[in-house]
Design a protein around this ligand. Sequence first.
Ligand SMILES: [Fe+2]
Ligand SMILES: [Fe+2]
Length: 375
Amino acid sequence: MLNWENPIETTIDNPNIVPDIDPGHTTNEQAFNAEVMMPANLKPINPEDKRVVNGLTDINQLAPFKYPWAWNFFLNANKNHWTPLDINMAQDVSDYKYKLTLEERHVYENVLSYLTTSDIMAMRNIGLAVMEKMTAPELQIYQARQVYEEALHTWTYQHCIETIGLDQGDIYNRYRVVPEINQKIQIASRRLKSILRSGIDLRDPDELNNFVISYIFFAAVFEGCWFYNGFSPIFALQRRGLMKGTAEQFQYIMRDEVMHTAFGIRVVKQIIYEENITLDPKIVRNMWDEAEAAEATYANYILRDPILGYSTDMHIGQFRFIANRRANQLAMEEPFPGAEATLPWLDEQANLRKEKNFFETRVTEYQTGGTLSWD
Ligand SMILES: [Fe+2]
Ligand SMILES: [Fe+2]
């Protein structure tokens, strides 16, 4: 039984060692100042004074809400809870060994490899670079949940990799040795590094602009397109009755990612409104062009040899279609006018609401899958 007083007994070897906490340290200087000023300014907070960034209100007070939509995201996120252990992977082990072609294995392994590295970056982005810059707690609460979900996704990929029996040293290093995967990771890494520096002052218009562009990249491109599209080769296998356990795991992940995307886009729009930001259209255009080129390179690599029911053209076409969807959500110009859905089954495939009983576990008790909008 779990000991709630000391759940992990080996965590602290010497209980006499007290963590060295520097009370003067914070990267969120303005909000911190608002906190330390409290004793001299004992009066209630006006929620209307809250801001997404650059706020001056005490950030320790949740409600009354300025952003009730953020709290609703948190409540909704808690309706999609699962662990990878809930899903039966036995058939996948057999499929991988006896049914997948070499080409399909190549797709499967590289998709896992790309996704697992990406999800760690997604976690670091939201948890280390973004969350600390927020100055309203209702935003941070959802982002804290998001950090957990990204960790859960990493566990999910690891569970798949371990269960199938793939070589971990091989899979986890592919982003370092395969240029076509590395390119996408490099792009994200560059964005992440630019907002992970210490001492960033978002009152500086250039810093604020860079932060907003980076947030758009992570929400709309990285999670909203690359992740969204990233699962589809596995869903294509699932449609042929292959790797259904992995696909089901990805369906749960995708539901989270759709919410991360929607939340991120909502936050960005709020910042743009509150801070009266005008983005340089050239920078936004370059972001889409770079993302499309990297996605095409990646697709050409994972699908260098054709597999049944899925192709490079489908993958890139769907990227452009989804990119337009994200731009519309952002109230921005569509980057790829006229792009049509090349995987018309994707939204349906991604939706967990199904008649069949996946397995006799509590997962079937979830009732929220059908209520999420994929737009
Ligand atoms: Fe994730
Ligand atoms: Fe995410």
